[in-house]
Design a protein around this ligand. Structure first.
Ligand SMILES: C[S@@+](CC[C@H](N)C(=O)[O-])C[C@H]1O[C@@H](n2cnc3c(N)ncnc32)[C@H](O)[C@@H]1O
Length: 309
């Protein structure tokens, strides 16, 4: 059974400021590392709603937490967060919401999921591999300019245009259906190497983010998380690259300021008042955690608290 080590586990627990009878949403269940930590800190009347769009994650969770009546596992994306939480039977407000973004170790490590350029597998990259279009599907149809734009915007890839050209030439000869095949096409198209980085790293990241609509999901979920929280409830988000972190940072800043249209005016209506208060600055993993778990190297945790309207 593939494992996943939760990053910033203690920091997440402290930031959620767990109340023993509280109700929490873990929007990215994965292999349940954070959910397990929250459940340990909860009393018998506490509750967790945990969501994941990956059917493997839900199956593994059902085995790991069999008989755990305080946990409701929900299969689906966290984009429609309010709908998922309500569908789990939670009527009231939440004490905390956690999002630990990106992919899990089992997704990366299992070649059949097609996320990895290190091991050859089908070019899939979908977190929910039973719905939507795979990376192979997208690359078979997308125009050269669209591919270049995605690699540039979501992978910050300097050689996006060269790589897109190489992909379009290669697919005219035979369909690109394996991760190894795509990694070779990219490696041959990139003229220089970043030290310690496979030349396909940025492109694979970009294609994965695009195929899974990761930034759109995050943008959709954040305001819903705030609506779901009770005053004093905590929002904790762990990002793994600058595009995600920028969205989280800007969202918290906007929500701290309230609607700028009313800035300086004496009577601000409730819907335009600040809804969040930042709790501390960004939290990153210490040396010991990074040494033990290299995935933690790029993790950034941001925390905010819902304020009363
Ligand atoms: C970094 S892992 C979470 C690991 C988890 N915190 C743990 O300790 O085991 C991210 C998980 O979130 C899921 N995920 C990512 N984006 C999602 C989304 N928009 N909706 C639902 N699940 C998502 C992935 O399928 C993956 O299992």
């Amino acid at each position: 059974m593939a494992e996943h080590t939760p990053v910033l586990r203690d920091e997440v627990l402290a930031s959620l400021a767990i109340r023993p009878d509280g109700c929490y949403c873990d929007g990215t269940f994965g292999r349940g590392g954070h959910t397990a930590a929250i459940l340990e800190a909860l009393g018998p009347s506490g509750r967790v709603v945990a969501i994941d769009r990956d059917p493997d994650a839900i199956r593994a969770g059902q085995r790991r937490f069999e008989g755990e009546s305080r946990l409701t596992l929900v299969r689906g994306s966290f984009g429609p967060l309010e709908e998922r939480v309500r569908a789990a039977g939670v009527e009231g407000e939440l004490d905390g919401v956690l999002l630990d973004l990106g992919v899990s170790s089992p997704q990366l490590d299992e070649a059949r999921r097609g996320f990895s350029f290190m091991q050859d597998g089908p070019l899939d990259m979908r977190m929910d591999n039973e719905a939507g279009q795979s990376a192979a599907h997208w690359l078979a149809k997308a125009g050269e300019r669209e591919i270049a734009q995605i690699l540039h915007e979501l992978g910050e890839e300097r050689f996006s245009r060269r790589i897109a050209r190489a992909i379009v030439s290669a697919r005219a000869v035979e369909p690109i259906v394996r991760t190894g095949q795509l990694a070779e096409i990219i490696a041959a198209a990139v003229p220089t190497r970043e030290p310690g980085k496979h030349p396909a790293t940025r492109s694979f990241q970009a294609i994965r983010i695009h195929v899974n609509g990761e930034l759109e999901q995050l943008e959709a979920a954040l305001p819903q998380a705030v609506r779901l929280l009770k005053p004093g409830g905590r929002l904790c988000v762990i990002s793994f690259h600058s595009l995600e972190d920028r969205i989280v940072k800007r969202f918290i800043r906007r929500e701290e300021q309230g609607d700028p249209v009313y800035a300086g005016l004496p009577n601000v209506p409730p819907h335009a008042r600040p809804r969040l208060k930042r709790v501390g600055g960004k939290i990153v993993a210490g040396e010991a955690e990074v040494a033990a778990n290299p995935r933690a190297r790029s993790a950034v945790l941001r925390v905010a608290e819902k304020v009363a309207a």
